[in-house]
Design a binder for this molecule. Structure first.
Ligand SMILES: [Cu+2]
Length: 484
């Protein structure tokens, strides 16, 4: 009996063309003339429902540990309706399945690489041992597998996982390799934040498609990635109840920055940053996220009449497909009266207390720049070298890092593995909003210096720091430190 691939190879494509949308996918089929004539890239906005990634089930549990399995493989996804596109996935979907962790309970993820090239799983924002951090020197070879140990000895937070293979992280993430990893803890649960279907992770990422609906990878494609996908779909909609919602916003993209706002101009209540809950809620009209950054906001949909439509807008957008990101449609179900929090009437005035780092054992000045090195994004003038340690950090040090973007027309940002940090200021102006919380990634626009304090007291070992505009890190804007 012919399997699907044989069926297609046997030349049945022409005669069976009408059946194609109902079949699974191969890249060859997606390039058939039939699909080329379907104008796949002009769908009606807000007609596809938002997909919320499934929560992954552990394959095994012990008294202390949950065991999960992630397989990296190529798959097809209907990013545009009726147009199968080839994507790189964890367990067959992009975004991959969501892993829900609890602080204090260990997780082991076994990643199997079912592709033809190496991969390396990085838990972005995770405080994990150096060998479990997805350093490119620990890549999983094609056909191999590796166990990653996540102790979850950190506060509740929205983390995400993505690939970090050597000089491949940008292309792999662009083609779909990313997913959410959400840590909960008793402190956060006691706040009674919106949960269940009212706790919505939104991975927003930049993409570019060719005229057959396939993801089109062009390195450093700043102008080309004009389509924003939300959980893998362009311009989806979500029906919401007239109630408070918790939106976990993650820029899972490669180059684009998103300035997120509601089309009504109403404020969102920011409650968390990369590292988890803020000390206090912050009402924000706009949330600015560069690639890798997360922020959690609360939105009160009970203040809108049934039938109200709100759009999540990107104020940095250039065209409709990267400006009007998704639509919320307020339903007419029973209103959830009063505040969203079981122990509070309204939003609590305080969230998690935050100990401010003071003083420093060392001051480090770091520069990011492409200008002067055309096509060579560097840190301190050097391209990434896996055999070179760029910075020696004594374990336990509290340090002040001053990171400068020397470029006058190229934005960068900065991600440090293995730690969280506290941002002080940007060109001397104190940061505000969600940036006042614990961060692991910070925006550094053109001609800008950002200062942050960081304490290296989690693990010893070799960790990366880099620009998280992944095309830049991929091409060399990455370095490594030895904490010892
Ligand atoms: Cu950069």
């Amino acid at each position: 009996m012919l399997n699907r691939r044989d069926f297609l190879r046997a030349g049945a494509v022409g005669s069976g063309a009408a059946l194609l949308p109902a079949l699974g996918g191969t890249p060859a089929r997606a390039r058939t003339p039939l699909l080329r004539t379907r104008a796949p890239l002009a769908p009606v906005p807000f007609t596809a429902p938002l997909k919320v990634p499934d929560v992954l089930r552990p394959v095994r549990r012990t008294a202390t540990t949950d065991f999960y399995e992630l397989t990296v493989k190529e798959a097809t996804a209907e990013i545009y309706p009726g147009v199968p596109a080839t994507v790189l996935t964890y367990n067959g979907t992009s975004p991959g399945p969501t892993i829900r962790a609890r602080a204090g309970r260990r997780i082991v993820v076994t990643q199997t690489d079912a592709m033809m090239h190496e991969t390396s799983l990085h838990l972005h924002g995770g405080i994990v041992a150096a060998d479990d951090d997805g350093h490119p020197c620990n890549a999983v070879m094609a056909g191999g597998s590796r166990d990653y140990h996540y102790p979850n000895k950190q506060a509740a937070a929205t983390l995400w996982y993505h690939d970090h293979a050597h000089m491949m992280e940008a292309e792999h993430a662009f083609k779909g390799m990313a997913g959410f990893y959400l840590i909960g803890d008793p402190f956060e649960e006691a706040l009674g934040l919106p949960d269940g279907p009212r706790d919505v992770p939104l991975m927003i990422r930049d993409a570019r498609f060719d005229d057959t609906g396939q993801l089109m990878w062009v390195p450093d494609d700043f102008r080309g990635r004009k389509v924003a996908l939300v959980n893998g779909t362009p311009q989806p909609y979500l029906r919401v109840r007239p109630a408070w919602y918790r939106l976990r916003l993650c820029n899972g993209g490669t180059l684009a920055e998103y300035k997120l706002a509601l089309s009504t101009g109403d404020e969102m209540i920011a409650i968390a940053s990369d590292g988890g809950l803020l000390p206090a809620p912050q009402a924000l009209a706009m949330v600015d996220l560069t690639p890798g950054e997360r922020a959690e906001v609360l939105v009160d949909f009970s203040r809108y009449p049934a039938g109200t439509q709100l759009v999540l807008v990107n104020q940095r957008g250039k065209v409709d497909s990267d400006t009007n990101l998704m639509r919320f449609v307020v339903g007419d179900g029973p209103r959830v009266a009063g505040g969203p929090f079981r122990r509070h009437r309204g939003v609590p005035s305080r969230l998690r207390p935050m100990h401010r780092l003071t003083g420093e054992d060392a001051v480090r000045k770091i520069t990011l720049g492409i200008a002067g090195n055309p096509g060579a994004p560097t840190i301190d003038g050097k391209l990434f070298d896996m055999d070179r340690i760029d910075t020696q950090v004594p374990f336990g040090n509290t340090e002040l890092w001053e990171v400068s973007n020397l470029d006058t027309y190229v934005p960068h940002n900065f991600h440090v593995h293995g730690v969280h940090f506290q941002v002080l200021d940007r060109n001397g102006t104190p940061v505000t909003g969600h940036e006042t919380g614990w961060k692991d990634t910070v925006s550094i626009p053109e001609s800008t210096t950002v200062r942050f304090r960081v304490r290296f007291d989690h693990y010893r070992g070799r960790y990366l720091y880099h620009c998280h505009l992944l095309d830049h890190s991929d091409m060399g804007m990455m370095a490594q430190m030895q904490i010892s």
